[in-house]
Write a protein that binds this ligand. Structure first.
Ligand SMILES: Cc1cc2nc3c(=O)[nH]c(=O)nc-3n(C[C@H](O)[C@H](O)[C@H](O)COP(=O)(O)OP(=O)(O)OC[C@H]3O[C@@H](n4cnc5c(N)ncnc54)[C@H](O)[C@@H]3O)c2cc1C
Length: 402
């Protein structure tokens, strides 16, 4: 428990019941968000969220909190712009201070090819509702004076894109605010309750076996992050997901004057500043698939070097903390949301390294699907059957380093 949870959030814990209308497996952002929107938009409150550890104990409490919509394909730009807008009003909606702060993201280009990519990003974003413009090196210097435009003499900055509505929000506050909002309306959240198997009747999932005993429901949703292939196996599904670790680190305190989020596709690194003043630095997934939460020196060394190439002032700072999460990577780098071939079993997965920003819209849309039985138009392109139908949604703009 941190100070926010102890002092500001009101919880009413419940005893597990044997029957619910909806069971959500996984108390990360997507699980609690779906429960929140089921309760607030559809008045469906006979819902249980089952979390094997604690709320936000997975990736939703260990990410670098970047919220943006400057994606690379039409369907993603529309979806993430909607999520970005839901985040902008989430504090009023939940009456909780999630520390949402609009910062803008600068995406720097160090080659002619990268310049073309950033111009294309600005064009497609503008066409589908996200504000992104191409910026010159001079404009980059004005937005972020700390950037070394020579790129250490090796990676000169030739331009970039700027997406002013990009923001950050405190990740655990987002999780707890949504969980509290759902619980206030009657949703049960059971922590320390792991799902060990699914209960099936023919081709239908009708409940779950848990460490607290069996529970039944009309609909079971998997929102288990990097552990989705285990859940899929319990349902008899083979999902196109590989789990890869993703690491990040923070430095010690730096004067509170670093405003934007700065990213570079060529250098595979992005940097922002936390409300505590730490410089927060992230990168790409570890190449080898694994469920390991172990942090490594090789990552730290290469990532720190790249970040210092963009922002030389980082050399004065020391590494304070490093951590890892395990990400559910889909083959096309887009999420997978919706129905499965198994009746009564829906999934939200493939959130990879980009799912924090999707928490409000992902939850809202999955709640609508569960409540109505119909797949909402906004998420229809991200259904599981796109792989069988050869309708993949390859998105080079999905990760902060693509
Ligand atoms: C280092 C790092 C940086 C990132 N940076 C960003 C970023 O800047 N912006 C962004 O948009 N995204 C970012 N992400 C990705 C983002 O954090 C995830 O995509 C998102 O949090 C996924 O949310 P989720 O609810 O699907 O999964 P999770 O938050 O992982 O929640 C899944 C939950 O399911 C539980 N669970 C698993 N198995 C079971 C079971 N059998 N029974 C019960 N419970 C179970 C787990 O304990 C976990 O709490 C980052 C990720 C990492 C690791």
């Amino acid at each position: 428990m941190n100070e926010f949870q102890e002092r500001q959030v009101n919880f009413k814990w419940h005893e597990p019941k044997k029957n619910y209308d909806v069971i959500i497996i996984g108390g990360g952002g997507h699980g609690v968000s779906t429960a929140y929107y089921l309760a607030t938009r559809h008045n469906i409150t006979n819902v249980a969220v089952l979390e094997r550890k604690y709320i936000g104990g997975g990736n939703s409490g260990r990410n670098t909190t970047v919220i943006r919509a400057n994606y690379g394909i039409r369907e993603a730009v529309r979806f993430y712009q909607h999520s970005l807008e839901l985040y902008q009003t989430l504090e009023q909606e939940t009456d909780r201070w999630i520390m949402h702060k609009q910062k803008g993201i600068l995406w720097m280009a160090h080659s002619e090819t990268a310049v073309r990519q950033e111009k294309a990003r600005a064009a497609i974003n503008t066409a589908f509702g996200a504000k992104t413009e191409f910026v010159t090196p001079k404009q980059i210097q004005e937005i972020c004076p700390e950037v070394d435009l020579t790129g250490g003499g090796v990676w000169p900055v030739m331009g970039g894109s700027y997406h002013p509505e990009a923001a950050t929000a405190r990740h655990d506050r987002v999780n707890w605010a949504l969980a509290e909002g759902a619980m206030k309306r009657g949703v049960h959240v059971h922590q320390n309750t792991a799902v060990t198997n699914l209960i099936k009747s023919g081709n239908r999932v009708i409940g779950v076996e848990t460490t607290a005993g069996p529970m039944h429901a009309d609909i079971v949703m998997s929102a288990v992050g990097g552990h989705v292939t285990s859940l899929g196996k319990m349902a008899g599904l083979r999902l196109p997901i590989r789990t890869h670790p993703l690491q990040a680190f923070v430095t010690n305190h730096y004067e509170q004057k670093f405003h934007p989020i700065v990213a570079s596709t060529s250098l595979l690194t992005y940097v922002s500043q936390t409300a505590r003043g730490e410089m927060l630095i992230g990168a790409e997934i570890d190449r080898r698939p694994s469920y390991s939460y172990r942090s490594g020196y090789h990552f730290l060394q290469t990532c720190a070097h790249r970040a210092m190439t963009m922002l030389p002032f980082l050399r004065q700072l020391r590494v304070l903390r490093q951590w890892t999460g395990v990400c559910d990577m889909s083959p096309d780098y887009s999420p997978i949301m919706g129905k499965t071939p198994v009746d009564g079993f829906v999934i939200t997965t493939g959130w990879g390294t980009w799912g924090f920003k999707a928490i409000p819209a992902g939850g809202e849309q999955m709640a609508q699907l569960i409540a109505t039985g119909e797949t909402p138009e906004l998420i229809a392109p991200f259904s599981l059957d796109r792989f069988a139908k050869d309708r993949t949604k390859a998105d080079r703009g999905s990760a902060g380093t693509h």
